[in-house]
Write a new protein. Structure first.
Length: 194
């Protein structure tokens, strides 16, 4: 038997109308997004923003880890987009191999926290995560095809984009519709330089 936690808010699955969390649920919706979080606070924020259909809060991750959950969502036909909140990982080589494979099948959006020395210390004291240098993470994102989000707002936008837009063919260019007039100029720059 595998163990989730300790120090976890549990799991949630809107497709089954099921939650093992003691945290308040905000009307989970059947959207094709699976979240893995190493922080209960983050799990709660994403749940409140209604950006997940399925969620797993790892807590301290004494057994089940980010890589296990990534493989789980890889095989889940209801999950089209995977969102990860990562403070740190235990087995870098295995994570790299699995992430590279999964990112070829589904968009994997990652919010990597603990980038500064202060936040790395906080993460280590909170979940026991060893953070690692940000340059290493940048290289990992580039080599695996994981999509890095730098803020919760950016992660939210990327989740919406990838869960609602059709997949882009390799080598293609995707342009979201222009909603505001001020968005026209950056897109014209993209088109003119592509």
């Amino acid at each position: 038997m595998r163990v989730l936690g300790p120090n976890t808010l549990g799991t949630a699955n809107a497709f089954l109308n099921f939650s093992l969390s003691f945290a308040e649920q905000y009307g989970l919706e059947k959207i094709p997004v699976g979240l893995v979080s190493q922080s209960g606070i983050f799990f709660g924020i994403i749940n409140e923003l209604r950006m997940l259909g399925k969620g797993i809060d790892l807590g301290n991750g004494c057994d089940v880890d980010v890589t296990d959950c990534l493989e789980y969502y890889e095989a889940d036909p209801e999950v089209k987009v995977i969102a990860l909140h990562i403070e740190g990982i235990n087995n870098g080589r295995k994570f790299f191999q699995v992430a590279k494979r999964v990112a070829q099948k589904k968009p994997v959006i990652v919010l990597k926290t603990g980038r500064s020395k202060q936040s790395a210390k906080a993460a280590q004291s909170h979940t026991g995560s060893i953070i690692g240098k940000d340059e290493i993470w940048d290289a990992l994102f580039k080599q695996t095809g994981l999509i890095r989000a730098h803020t919760i707002d950016e992660m939210s936008d990327l989740i919406k984009l990838f869960s609602q837009a059709p997949p882009v063919k390799e080598g293609g260019l995707a342009l979201p519709p222009i909603v505001e007039e001020w968005e026209y100029i950056p897109w014209m720059l993209v088109i003119n330089t592509a």
